[in-house]
Design a protein. Structure first.
Lengths: 359, 327
């Protein structure tokens, strides 16, 4: 079965990226134009932690998910999963092991399933591939168990349905059930609720919180909706144009955002409880990062930009405990005694006090 | 009160199939005043897009208006022939579709599509087309050089703006919008909404805006209509519905999205899914999902009751209110 990792990971870090970079070549064979989808991303995901990766379309957040899912190799940098370098996994056994521990749930539940098969097909396939220790009857039982966990009951009936017989919310639950069937340690959820109606999003978000509590999985929750990130995530990483511009504990980042882009994102969230319409002159155009030079990529939209922003790329700086921002202008919180954490070294965030909320 | 710009009376739309008659819109009454912003919210499958299409007379078989009238500036659009409609459509009212990526022709430049649109509804000179196209693009904050651009060269937000520009080529009095912001990110969404509101105030057209996300229009619409299973569940002033939602469904929609401010509260969403409109539930159509369901909800179909200035289709208000008089 699963071999013990060669190097034991420190404390409870599950996955760590160092300088993770992915470029895509644009244009014809001889073209030298490079699209910088992700540049120098350092992040950490701990066991039983929900991390939200927040950004606009084009910010590189889906590329990160695909790099972690081994869909394509990084241009530079490394992904360490439990201390093992992911792109050095070559044997079928190792690759299966990693894919089983880190499955992905896709954005569009309408196109992620084969319409000619019953929904049991995907779950059973995963079980046959990754859970060979179980016999047929046990696999069937396991399929029913994961359907129950994601709230598709009665599971036996639900397994017999075709995708077209299910609503979007139910299909997305099937996506999570497929991931759960392989006993994952980390689920990569790429915008799992953005295609769903607002009224059923809450159910999926609550389910994600329950998976963490009951199945002890970590989740990388990729979204452009910072409000839903706040609802489920322990930590938030804000991406802009391929750079992680700010990361830290959810409540800290949202209550004391340091990067001007995080502030812009927060101000754009519609809040019906608020009466006045906040004025934003920003056109909301994310840049295409083709052959970028030095400098902050947010500077053209930034109201606080200084000369230095055009010449020096800001690196993540500590802003408070486990809180970093990549901005020349941001002012760190004053932390007495304890020096703020260094960039890239993320301490485990204490679980939010109101976690019991999710039962 | 002045004569409304648009008056929808008792409008019903069915999708006629061999096996069933699916009533996607049932006996909807509503009116839009000149210059008003009316928001329409509901889940997918509640009939909100069908309603818009019925009003714009864009339905195609098997959908059919089975009863009712759509009176726009004194004319019943349901009765007009195609040729008569051509004179009204786009000149007096226009439509902005949900997905700009699919609604724009990928093979034609923005300018060519503007030209087609203008030629279809008016005899105009090439010069006038060029001037007007540049004007409307400028209105939505896009540089006129993008008339040469093809849709794939524009970002999602710009494509959606170009769609709005196209809707403003003539100066319509009513612009019908079907979820124009749902494919956009929050920042682009906020900026587009602000722009729509500014244009509306500047040019004075009325807007009917459909969305499934109530929070999007909270700060922009004057009146709000909540649709459920093809019917009006609640209609009233936006502020009053947000502050004091009457229908349990409206309450559910309002509690469905998390907030970035204030304390973190558990969200319940709305359990279950919208009913099959071929076989709607007996009594109140919302009763299988309702948190405040009573025994009579299973058998009695509620009418619209007036509670102050709001109309609500819920038996909770049967005693305290008079049934709203059908217009």
């Amino acid at each position: 079965m699963i071999s013990t990792p060669a190097t034991v990971a420190d404390d409870n870090v599950l996955l760590r990226t160092t300088g993770l970079t992915r470029h895509f070549r644009l244009g014809g064979l001889l073209s030298r134009r490079m699209l910088h989808a992700v540049d120098d991303l350092d992040m950490v995901i701990h066991e039983r932690e929900i991390v939200a990766l927040v950004g606009e379309s084009g910010s590189g957040k889906t590329t990160v998910a695909r790099l972690l899912a081994m869909i394509y190799p990084p241009t530079r940098g490394d992904i360490l999963y439990r201390g093992r370098s992911v792109h050095k996994l070559h044997s079928r056994k190792d690759v299966l092991w990693y894919r089983g521990e880190v499955p992905m749930v896709f954005q569009d539940p309408y196109s992620a399933m084969n319409p000619v098969f019953r929904v049991a097909h995907g779950v059973m396939r995963n079980l046959k591939l990754h859970r060979r220790d179980l016999d047929g009857a046990q696999q069937r039982e396991e399929a029913e168990r994961v359907f129950d966990i994601v709230g598709l009951n009665p599971a036996a009936d639900m397994l017999r349905k075709f995708p077209y017989e299910m609503s979007g919310g139910q299909r997305q639950r099937v996506g999570f059930a497929q991931a759960l069937a392989v006993r994952p340690k980390l689920i990569l959820a790429d915008e799992p609720v953005s295609m769903l109606d607002v009224s059923i999003r809450a159910g999926i978000l609550n389910m994600m919180a329950r998976l963490r509590a009951e199945e002890e999985t970590s989740i990388l929750y990729i979204t452009h909706d910072i409000a839903s990130a706040r609802y489920v995530a322990d930590r938030i990483i804000v991406m802009y144009a391929g750079h992680a511009v700010e990361q830290g504990p959810t409540e800290v980042v949202l209550s004391r955002p340091k990067h001007p882009y995080t502030r812009l994102l927060l101000s754009a969230v519609p809040d019906p409880r608020e009466k006045a319409v906040p004025v934003s002159a920003d056109s909301g155009e994310p840049p295409r990062v083709i052959d970028p030079g030095e400098g902050c990529r947010f500077r053209q939209r930034c109201p606080y930009a200084i000369d230095k922003c055009a010449t020096v790329t800001p690196l993540p700086r500590p802003m408070g405990p486990a809180h970093d921002a990549a901005c020349h202008v941001a002012v760190p919180d004053v932390v007495d005694g304890d020096e703020a954490g260094t960039a890239g070294e993320w301490r485990r965030t204490p679980a939010p006090a109101d976690q019991s909320l999710f039962g | 009160m002045p004569e409304p710009l648009l008056e929808v009376e008792n409008l019903s739309v069915s999708y006629l199939t061999d096996t069933a008659d699916i009533r996607a819109v049932e006996k909807v009454n509503l009116s839009v005043q000149a210059g008003e912003f009316l928001g329409i919210v509901g889940e997918s499958g509640c009939g909100k897009s069908t309603l818009l299409f019925a009003i714009a007379q864009l339905l195609s078989p098997p959908a059919e208006v089975t009863s009712g009238r759509v009176v726009f500036r004194g004319q019943d659009l349901v009765r007009l022939t195609d040729n008569e409609l051509r004179l009204v459509r786009w000149r007096d009212y226009s439509v902005v579709m949900q997905s700009a990526m699919n609604a724009l022709n990928p093979m034609k430049s923005i300018g060519a599509q503007f030209k087609d649109t203008m030629r279809a509804h008016e005899r105009v000179s090439a010069n006038a087309i060029r001037t007007r196209s540049a004007e409307v693009l400028h209105l939505v904050g896009i540089d006129a050089t993008h008339l040469e651009s093809y849709p794939h060269q524009l970002s999602g937000g710009m494509r959606q703006r170009a769609m709005i520009a196209m809707a403003l080529l003539f100066t319509p009095q009513l612009v019908i919008m079907d979820e124009p912001t749902s494919a956009l990110d929050v920042v682009a969404q906020r900026s587009l909404m602000t722009q729509i509101k500014e244009l509306q105030q500047k040019l004075g057209f009325a807007v009917m805006f459909v969305t499934h996300d109530m929070s999007v229009i909270a700060n922009y619409s004057d009146r709000l209509m909540v649709m459920y299973a093809g019917q009006v569940a609640e209609i009233g002033a936006t502020r009053s519905i947000f502050e004091r939602p009457l229908h349990p469904y409206s309450k559910g929609l309002l509690d469905a999205f998390p907030s970035v401010r204030g304390p973190r509260r558990p969200l319940t969403g709305i359990p279950g899914s919208p009913p099959d409109l071929g076989r709607p539930p007996t009594g109140c159509r919302f009763h299988p999902r309702c948190s405040e369901v009573m025994t009579q909800c299973l058998t009695t179909e509620p009418e619209l009751f007036s509670v102050e200035a709001t109309e609500v289709r819920c038996l909770l208000y049967a005693d305290s209110a008079e049934p709203a008089v059908a217009r």
